[in-house]
Design a protein around this ligand. Structure first.
Ligand SMILES: Cc1cc2nc3c(=O)[nH]c(=O)nc-3n(C[C@H](O)[C@H](O)[C@H](O)COP(=O)(O)OP(=O)(O)OC[C@H]3O[C@@H](n4cnc5c(N)ncnc54)[C@H](O)[C@@H]3O)c2cc1C
Length: 436
């Protein structure tokens, strides 16, 4: 496709990413060759692995990161770029599930996670169009309003800058009259996701980490108290291995892929909008994701392109159909978008959902630690979890971590879950008022 940068090794319906086409190039990450030694080996170069590498390098811990393709190849280079505070479950519920001590820490960690993102961007001078203009979660119906009001109250009780927008205020903020109200969280914002991932990789390398692209970890072997991580042309020997493969997990760690349900999320992006139209959509520069189970998320990018995404496509034809539905939905939600608007890109990737809607941090064997499952909110949370992994790998006792370490718990009947989740999502889509 004449010079357009597509995501390598990806099926065409998911590969034509706006972010691949517009991100600055990443740092050189030569494949691993030969045998090297480190304190910590990291598998997977998304935000989780890159943030862990950077935080370990800051502490002068020798660290080698292995990525199967290039940093940001997975969800981290493809997402909506919405920096979202908090977890999918509301703070009270997180504290109920995780208990008062770890619950409170997890709420604090997730609420402050955008601070960490914008701080890293500033400290390392990462050019990724980062804007901290807030995040809006609009409610499409009365049920959503009820949910949102409770959410606002829970965050306000914890002193967070979260407020309720009534119908008129949310219509003005979004530029569409389709929502009944919404939550504005001033901790959130947006960025160019692949540029952020590549910037983290460059920062980690500058700080002392080694990052190897095109170096899939094929096997983990126990040697004494440590590990050998085997790639096609090289081996890393390390005391601790952090597995950060999330929704792209393969069979490297038995049972790990079965702790989550990978669901495809797809996006489409228009050509840059005219000045007038641009001013009428999210004029304050916020990012927005609504409360429907299915989740539709939208914002403008730095060049004024309208970008909209949603979950739940299945198979090549299903993906194309979902992308076409999103384009139709965009025109229905924002009638000010001109009929002749060019839709230039369509792509997608895998989101890792978990059964309890919370991320996981597990240690299946001593010295082998894995984390993931951000349920579509990983820009901030994966960055924060990377720091928790760095804490764990540099000897912080489990009881003092900012997130609880739990047992690896594969989902029963996992093989049946993936199609079941896809079907549930499709059925929900038919019922949804806005038609996606
Ligand atoms: C379309 C889409 C939209 C989204 N929108 C948003 C959003 O707006 N806001 C938000 O906060 N979150 C969003 N998310 C979620 C967010 O992108 C993820 O939570 C986050 O990127 C997860 O980062 P990660 O590092 O854990 O995993 P990933 O970025 O997926 O990285 C995993 C990496 O592991 C590598 N890997 C796998 N196996 C191996 C192996 N054996 N050896 C070496 N490497 C391996 C893969 O190549 C991959 O690069 C979205 C996700 C998608 C797909």
């Amino acid at each position: 496709m004449h010079g357009r940068r597509m995501i390598e090794d990806e099926k065409p319906a998911l590969a034509d990413s706006l972010w691949s086409a517009t991100a600055p190039p990443g740092p050189a990450c030569p494949p691993l060759s030969g045998e090297v030694e480190a304190e910590v080996a990291i598998v997977g170069g998304g935000y989780t692995g890159l943030s862990a590498a950077l935080h370990l390098a800051e502490r002068k811990v020798p660290v080698v990161l292995l990525e199967a393709r290039e940093p940001g190849w997975g969800a981290s280079g493809r997402n909506g770029g919405q920096v979202i505070p908090g977890l999918e479950e509301d703070p009270d519920e997180v504290e109920r599930i995780l208990g008062p001590s770890f619950g409170r820490r997890a709420v604090r960690l997730s609420g402050a996670a955008p601070d960490l993102v914008f701080d890293l961007v500033a400290r390392y001078g990462i050019a990724c169009d980062a804007v901290r203009a807030g995040w809006i979660q609009p409610a499409p119906d009365a049920a959503g309003v009820k949910l949102q009001r409770a959410r606002v109250e829970q965050w306000q009780r914890r002193g967070a800058p979260v407020e309720w927008l009534d119908r008129a205020a949310v219509s003005t903020a979004l530029g569409t009259g389709l929502y009944e109200g919404g939550l504005l969280d001033r901790r959130g914002g947006s960025l160019q996701p692949l540029a952020y991932a590549r910037g983290l990789a460059a920062a980690a390398i500058r700080t002392g980490a080694a990052i190897h692209g095109h170096s899939p970890a094929r096997r983990l072997e126990r040697v004494g108290a440590g590990w050998r991580v085997v790639t096609p042309r090289g081996v890393v020997r390390a005391r601790i291995v952090l597995v950060c493969t999330n929704a792209y997990a393969d069979g490297l760690v038995p049972g790990l892929a079965r702790t989550l349900v990978p669901v495809t999320s797809v996006q489409v992006a228009s050509a840059p909008l005219s000045h007038n139209v641009r001013r009428s959509i999210l004029p304050g520069g916020e990012a927005a994701s609504d409360t429907r189970r299915l989740l539709v998320y939208f914002r403008l990018d730095a060049a004024g392109r309208f970008v909209i995404g949603g979950r739940g496509a299945y198979g090549e034809r299903g993906i194309r159909a979902a992308q076409a539905r999103l384009r139709r939905l965009a025109h229905r939600m924002f009638p000010q978008l001109p009929d002749e608007l060019a839709w230039e890109r369509a792509w997608g990737g895998l989101v890792a959902l978990t059964e309890n809607h919370l991320p996981f941090l597990v240690e299946p064997e001593p010295g082998l630690v894995a984390a993931g499952g951000y349920n579509g909110r990983g820009i901030a949370m994966a960055t924060a979890m990377g720091r928790v992994l760095a804490d764990k790998a540099s000897g912080v006792p489990d009881a003092e971590l900012d997130f609880p370490l739990t047992r690896l718990a594969p989902i029963p009947f996992h093989a049946l879950r993936r199609p079941a989740v896809a079907l549930a999502v499709a059925a929900k889509g038919i019922r949804d008022r806005l038609g996606f």
